[in-house]
Design a protein around this ligand. Structure first.
Ligand code: HEM
Length: 279
């Protein structure tokens, strides 16, 4: 049986993406701040990511945040800081030179189809990993959450095909990310879970905004199945937050930090796929 759980210090065969170094220290109000100084490949500049450990944070009045307290709130906090201000209010990242807010995007149908095809490859890969019997038992928690997107994307691609559009093969950003997820799933469960969280949750937030803008610009406002969920999406998300918190409860602080460090790679890989929309 393939060993799926290796020590998190095992080195991964993914080239030279620099590792973030998370350190704990104190920050205003006595909260614990995790500070990562790193240079992300492809971002071409140095940046600082801070995340406040939710367990140390003052209680929030925001209902969603209260419900999500626990490790998910840490994951969200790191992710939000990696947005630019024009992407999300909590964003702290400087926009890359030449990047445009989505209101100014000029999407192409060809590019959007590439994005949908690569997205399907990612969601197919996540499904396959989660359903593989030999992987860490914690993955089983995340089967059939209702957030799956593969079937919906298959329907959308069929719809485009029926309209006479050629459906492209997956492109290199999608293939690279899918390969990376497969590798991680076997060797680094904490990092894999980070991608699981970011891929699914990003799609329900910014992903939906992007889908709406693209539909307004090039699809005559047609709402794709990709952006529709069966049941109450907030509840589905909340169920997954609770499972993530439960799974992370058994992790050491080092494993949690390792998971948080991976967020940047998730943004990098997903960013490449998002950029296909403009190609
Ligand atoms: C143009 C690109 C993007 C835009 C416009 C965007 C926008 C947003 C917005 C508006 C939110 C909601 C903030 C809130 O709760 O108030 C959000 C949440 C989030 N985004 Fe993004 N985002 C983008 C790209 C990404 C990427 C590439 C990732 C990671 C792969 C990501 C991960 C997340 C996560 C994890 C959340 C938290 C969702 C939740 O708490 O339910 N986003 N984003």
């Amino acid at each position: 049986m393939a060993a799926c759980r290796l020590p998190i210090t095992s080195s991964l065969p993914f080239g030279d993406f620099p590792k973030a170094h998370f350190q704990t220290g104190t920050r205003g109000g006595g909260g614990v701040a995790l500070v990562s100084n790193l240079t992300a490949a492809g971002w071409g500049r140095r940046m600082v990511v801070t995340a406040t450990a939710a367990t140390e944070m003052p209680k929030s009045n925001n209902k969603r945040e209260e419900a999500a307290e626990g490790f998910v709130e840490e994951m969200r906090s790191v992710a939000m800081k990696l947005h630019t201000r024009d992407q999300a209010r909590e964003g702290e990242k400087e926009p890359d030179s030449g990047s445009q807010p989505i209101s100014k995007w000029d999407p192409t149908l060809r590019g959007y189809l590439k994005f949908l095809v690569d997205s399907k490859l990612l969601y197919d890969t996540l499904d396959a990993v989660l359903n593989k019997a030999t992987c860490p038992s914690s993955y089983a928690e995340f089967r059939n959450t209702g957030l799956e997107r593969s079937k919906q994307l298959a329907k959308d691609l069929q719809w485009f095909k029926d309209q006479g559009h050629a459906i492209p093969e997956p492109s290199s950003p999608g293939e690279a990310y899918a390969r990376y997820l497969e590798e991680l799933s076997e060797k680094d469960p904490q990092a894999f879970i980070c991608h699981f969280y970011n891929i699914y949750f990003a799609h329900t937030a910014g992903g939906r905004m992007i889908g709406k803008k693209v539909a307004e610009k090039i699809l005559n406002k047609k709402e794709l199945e990709f952006y529709k969920w069966d049941g109450n999406l907030s509840q589905l998300l909340q169920n997954v937050r609770e499972k993530l918190n439960q799974v992370a409860n058994s992790w050491s602080r080092e494993e949690k930090n390792h998971c948080l460090e991976e967020t940047e790679k998730s943004f990098e890989y997903s960013g490449e796929i998002l950029r296909l929309i403009l190609s």
